[in-house]
Design a protein around this ligand. Structure first.
Ligand SMILES: [Zn+2]
Length: 228
């Protein structure tokens, strides 16, 4: 069945994204050594996480979880770099699979009723060709059987969160996002807000506060990686 192999290799190139070693037939995205070397965040019990505490006083959340610790020059950084800048969008779903495996049966997944991504500005998404959260979100949506509202939040203009991190005027920050009017009438729901990496948390804070201020929904946060 050579054609199956060909189709498979369209989605999964045959070099490891962590170490560039050739992948064995049964390996995807990462070789076994890199897979075992991934820096998973241990599955927390309940909702009191270090990540949640980072939002205290800034954003009201239910659960805040991430799959990996993020640091420079590690496999997770290489994975995310390939996903975001090298057009390797299959990595997104791969991280979705690892996320559900590592956080299996966490209460968050019973709590969430829908998935909402941090949006890219439309011109940035056009340039990249995809939102790096798509594969991740679609996989979670399918496995958890909850909808993925890709266009729930709209990013208004191009800004760099980092350049504005010292601006504490929350009203100003919230202006970066708005809720798509087509969702204004959905019933009160539990939104799982997702992003790739949480560093300062300011983008999530902005997006989360935009939701809480303009709707009756509750939010939790799930990111692929988290910087301590
Ligand atoms: Zn490797």
């Amino acid at each position: 069945m050579q054609w199956i192999k060909n189709v498979f290799q369209l989605f999964y190139p045959n070099l490891c994204y962590g170490c560039d070693a050739p992948l064995l037939k049964q390996e995807n995205v990462l070789c076994e050594d890199c897979l075992f070397a991934l820096n998973f965040i241990p599955k927390p019990i309940g909702n009191d996480t270090e990540m949640k505490r980072r939002f205290y006083g800034k954003l009201l959340t239910e659960y805040c979880l991430a799959t990996f610790y993020y640091s420079e020059n590690e496999i997770v950084q290489k994975l995310l770099h390939n996903l975001k800048y090298k057009k390797q969008k299959s990595i997104s779903e791969f991280i979705g699979v690892l996320t559900l495996q590592s956080l299996q049966h966490h209460d968050l997944f019973n709590w969430a009723n829908c998935i909402v991504p941090i949006p890219l500005h439309s011109s940035k998404e056009r340039k990249r060709g995809y939102n790096q959260l798509d594969g991740f979100a679609k996989y979670l949506s399918k496995e958890l059987n909850i909808p993925y509202y890709k266009d729930f939040l709209i990013k208004k203009k191009k800004t760099s969160t980092q350049t504005h991190k010292n601006i504490i005027d929350r009203a100003y920050k919230e202006q970066n996002f708005h809720i798509n009017p087509k969702y204004k009438d959905i019933n009160t729901t539990n939104i799982l807000l997702i992003d790739d990496v949480m560093t300062t948390g300011s983008t999530l804070e902005m997006a989360g506060n935009c939701i809480l201020k303009n709707s009756p929904h509750k939010i939790s946060i799930l990111t692929m990686a988290y910087t301590c």
